[in-house]
Design a protein around this ligand. Sequence first.
Ligand code: ZN
Length: 82
Amino acid sequence: MSQFESLRASSLYCNKCAKAMPVREVLLLVLPDKEIYDYLCTGCSSSLGSREVSAGDLMVSKAAMGRRRAVRSPASPYPLGY
Ligand SMILES: [Zn+2]
């Protein structure tokens, strides 16, 4: 099923080549809060587009909310009031 994943944004229309061409994804710029990728035509190496990936998409939040369970003390073996 990896074929479907490789299909997305793998080809874009190129004006110079006058047809949809396979593109190469190149990491263009790395910023503190995002990364910018450039799509280059594999035929003429002209830029066909770019994509920004925000840091929020890159980093998976590890803030797992570990809820502490209140430990219930077992009922007293000695009944109260009697
Ligand atoms: Zn081209």
